[in-house]
Design a protein around this ligand. Structure first.
Ligand code: ZN
Length: 263
């Protein structure tokens, strides 16, 4: 075989490893398990602490990682967002002027540190497969998330902010040992601010390994040239005011505060 295989995930449970392999094969990716032990002969003495490596060819690695992470999506994240009040139902005027029946008030999640910690645990899990030294988040929402994920994964943390409209790394951070980074965003609508973060990191010769977010509202438009994983994909319908069924139903319109973005 002339293809180079790379390890994209490790499992201590052989069954889980088999499931992940099957999942990739179902998606048309050739996947292999290394060090698989089918049965433990003496489960009492050797309770099955295996290290099974899931491998794919180098060219499939990125897509395979994305598939694995997306597959781990669970209703848990949706429950956390709803219970912390971050997913609002009603009749909203978005900053674009369009109307929608759902709104993600991301700051509500951060208001609940326990829920935020749980979400960061999921983000950390999604990032475990990647190699990096630093977690980066754009201000404000990304600061809390990136900090907590960095703490969980024992990495360093930096944040970016807009200065005169341009995304920059907050001055004062020591970037000498920052070489490989991942970017965390809360809600991605167009993905534009993440793209700006990537550009400002690359300008400082920091390689971006992956992007992760809590909610992807982009409808598949968020692409960054590196693996992107989100915990939840939400396809929220929006309407022009004149076509809005909620207006026609006479439901009161609210304007959620999404105006503190420019910092
Ligand atoms: Zn409306």
């Amino acid at each position: 075989m002339d293809k180079t295989l790379v390890t994209i995930a490790r499992f201590t449970d052989n069954f889980e490893a088999e499931l992940a392999k099957e999942l990739l094969i179902d998606q048309g990716i050739q996947a292999f398990l290394k060090n698989a032990i089918v049965h433990s002969m003496l489960p009492g003495i050797f309770p099955g602490k295996f290290d099974v490596e899931l491998q794919v060819s180098e060219e499939d690695a990125q897509r395979a990682k994305e598939i694995l992470v997306q597959h781990q999506q669970s209703p848990e994240i949706q429950n956390l967002l709803v219970s912390s009040g971050a997913i609002l139902e009603g009749h909203f005027q978005l900053t674009s002027g369009k109307h929608s029946g759902k709104y993600v008030e991301k700051i509500r999640l951060l208001q609940d540190p326990i829920a935020t910690e749980a979400v960061c645990g999921m983000l950390a899990e999604a990032l475990e497969a990647f190699e990096f030294d630093t977690v980066v988040g754009p201000a404000y929402g990304g600061i809390v998330l990136a900090f907590e994920v960095a703490r969980m994964l024992n990495k360093t943390f930096i944040f970016t902010q807009r200065k005169d409209g341009i995304m920059t790394i907050r001055s004062g951070f020591d970037l000498e040992n920052v070489e490989k980074a991942v970017v965390i965003e809360d809600v991605l609508t167009t993905g534009n601010s993440v793209r700006e973060v990537i550009t400002c990191l690359e300008d400082r010769h920091i390689e971006v390994q992956a992007v992760t977010g809590i909610v992807d509202r982009s409808g598949g438009k968020a692409e960054f040239g590196v693996p992107f994983v989100s915990l939840l994909q939400m396809d929220i319908p929006v309407w022009e005011p004149e076509e809005c069924p909620l207006c026609q139903a006479g439901q009161a319109l609210t304007k959620p505060g999404a105006s503190d973005k420019k910092i």
